[in-house]
Design a protein around this ligand. Structure first.
Ligand code: DHB
Ligand code: FE
Length: 278
């Protein structure tokens, strides 16, 4: 049977791409963030996944405002990264597994999720950097991937409750597969940040830490909030924390924490990293 072995959730900012390319991981500015991946890489070396399912939000590379799916799933054997305009190195294409993607899509549609299926899907920094942080020394990501994109760019956004249900359906679907596969769930987004408007630079450490803690003690805690309440608490881009909620929902109820890091700021963002194992 397929087994979900754990979850890594992380914040993303494009400048991580530059920090990696320039070898700045141990610099005073970046070390508190990058050091958070050391225990995760050690854990991955002992628990290598066969497949990574990544919840992330596209920022305009693949989807634009003219056609914006709420939930979309990649169904390709390869996912290409392109220049997003941030001046960061473009990473080599990521391996997919179209057969497993279609199995996941069937399971989700069977469970009443009306998702967009993408046989071509470009992946942006939210997807690429989360994986690069896990396997920084491999030129090509060594593991097959399935991207699941959640719209957090153009309102209306799916609610926290709905993202939880999506993640739960992903978990149920994968655990029902009879393939002998170890699956890692990744969630890329958040934590609190706001890039524009009057509250640009907004960070809410108290809420971020409460949210991170809730994923262990009371994982559905954040589903009590509407998206407007969440934007108030974590900023217009902080709403990307929905990726963490969807990822956590894919895991079984009983999990244990392997490592947790919180550091402010990375660029304009509160940097959180969490590894839970099943
Ligand atoms: C930043 C954060 C993001 O989530 C993003 O997608 C782009 C930039 C930032 O803090 O610079
Ligand atoms: Fe982002």
């Amino acid at each position: 049977m397929a087994k979900i072995i754990g979850m890594v959730t992380t914040s993303h900012v494009p400048s991580i791409g530059n920090a990696l390319a320039k070898g700045l991981e141990s610099s005073e500015y970046w070390a508190p963030f990058f050091d958070g991946f050391k225990p995760i890489r050690q854990w991955l070396a002992k628990n290598p996944p066969d497949l990574v399912v990544v919840f992330y939000n596209d920022h305009g590379l693949n989807f634009f405002l003219d056609a914006m799916p709420t939930f979309s799933v990649g169904a390709a054997n390869e996912y290409v990264n392109e220049d997003e305009g941030w001046g960061i190195p473009t990473l080599p294409a990521f391996k997919g597994n179209a057969d497993l993607s279609w199995k996941l899509i069937e399971g989700l549609i069977y469970r009443d999720f009306d998702i967009t299926t993408c046989q071509k899907m470009k992946v942006d920094h939210a997807f690429t950097l989360a994986l690069k942080l896990l396997w920084p020394t491999d030129t090509n990501c060594p593991v097959q991937t399935i991207p699941i994109c959640i719209n957090t760019v153009q309102f209306p956004l799916p609610s926290a409750k709905r993202c939880w249900s999506l993640g739960h359906a992903v978990g149920e679907t994968i655990r029902a597969w009879d393939d002998d596969l170890n699956v890692l769930i990744v969630g890329s987004g958040g934590l609190s940040h706001q890039l524009d408007g009057e509250r640009a630079g907004f960070i809410n450490k108290k809420f971020d830490l409460a949210f991170m803690e809730s994923l262990l003690s009371n994982p559905e805690w954040a589903t009590q909030y509407s998206n407007l309440e969440l934007v108030e608490k974590v900023g217009t881009q902080g709403i990307e924390l929905l990726m963490w909620l969807a990822a956590r929902a894919a895991l079984p109820e009983k999990v244990s924490q392997v490592s947790s890091t919180y550091h402010v700021p990375i660029s304009n963002t509160a940097g959180g990293i969490l590894l839970l194992e099943t």
